[in-house]
Design a binder for this molecule. Structure first.
Ligand SMILES: *[C@@H]1O[C@H](CO)[C@@H](O)[C@H](O)[C@H]1NC(C)=O
Ligand SMILES: *[C@@H]1O[C@H](CO)[C@@H](O)[C@H](O)[C@H]1NC(C)=O
Ligand SMILES: *[C@@H]1O[C@H](CO)[C@@H](O)[C@H](O)[C@H]1NC(C)=O
Length: 225
């Protein structure tokens, strides 16, 4: 098994281990110690962050609608549970980091974890370190219009092997994604050498708060597009 299998940015791994609390503290400690170093991270691909990136507008509620990764095991795991992950981003003004709280459904119950992302000198570019796996993760907001979609590029480097994984994610403010945003996302995925056919589109399996039983999605008709 390559180490990306046991790896890194996928917080759902944390859920499976049922040890969210202790791991979260590891993540927090890890990122606190490495924010400085992030300034020197070299991108794997010459992708630019969203111009004039506005962190405060990027905060708040998102849904992880689609994802693709160069790591086969990551993809396999995601395909096994392709549910929309609700993501809450919170930034305390004056702090050089923000917290991502992710809530998802696994095996019929709701799980929540949080990760601290350090800000870098480049707006729209963040850094965190997954201590348990020795992975440095360089994340950037490639494109966002803040009130509909955001496209994230995550480059994870495992130490000491130096193995790199690329993950591209599409976030949406609602559980539905516009065809235009999905189209842009496919272009970005191709640009990073991955096939758009491998994109995993997450499904809405209901809402939940951490630790609470699952609320089934209601089958209300959607308003016309
Ligand atoms: C690094 O990646 C290669 C190719 O995916 C894999 O064969 C190797 O086992 C990985 N090394 C480590 C230490 O995970
Ligand atoms: C977040 O940043 C502040 C300084 O801006 C620092 O005091 C705090 O320890 C950081 N928190 C974490 C969890 O890294
Ligand atoms: C999923 O739930 C079932 C029934 O509650 C349990 O037997 C099984 O071990 C669970 N699987 C995982 C991966 O947690």
């Amino acid at each position: 098994m390559s180490s990306c299998s046991s790896s890194q940015v996928d917080r759902q791994r944390v859920h499976r281990m049922q040890e969210a609390v202790s791991l979260v503290s590891l993540l927090v400690l890890g990122s606190a110690g490495t924010i400085q170093g992030s300034v020197h991270v070299v991108p794997h691909a010459p992708t630019h962050s969203q111009e004039d990136f506005d962190l405060s507008r990027f905060m708040g509620q998102w849904f992880e609608a689609a994802v693709v990764s160069t790591c086969p095991h990551y993809m396999q795991r995601k395909r096994g549970n392709p549910v929309i992950v609700a993501v809450q981003l919170q930034h305390v003004a004056s702090e050089s980091n923000f917290t991502m709280t992710a809530t998802t459904i696994r095996n019929g119950s709701c799980k929540q974890t949080s990760t601290v992302y350090g800000l870098t000198n480049t707006p729209g570019r963040f850094f965190h370190h997954v201590a348990r796996l020795g992975a440095d993760v360089d994340s950037q907001v490639v494109r966002t219009n803040y009130d509909e979609y955001a496209m994230m590029l995550l480059l994870s480097t495992e130490k000491p092997s130096g193995n790199k994984t690329t993950i591209v994610k599409l976030y949406s403010r609602t559980k539905d994604v516009s065809p235009a945003a999905l189209d842009d996302f496919q272009t970005l995925v191709r640009r990073h050498g991955m096939s758009e056919d491998t994109i995993i589109t997450n499904q809405n399996k209901g809402d939940c708060a951490a630790g609470e039983p699952l609320t089934e999605p209601t089958s209300q008709p959607r308003p016309p597009a």
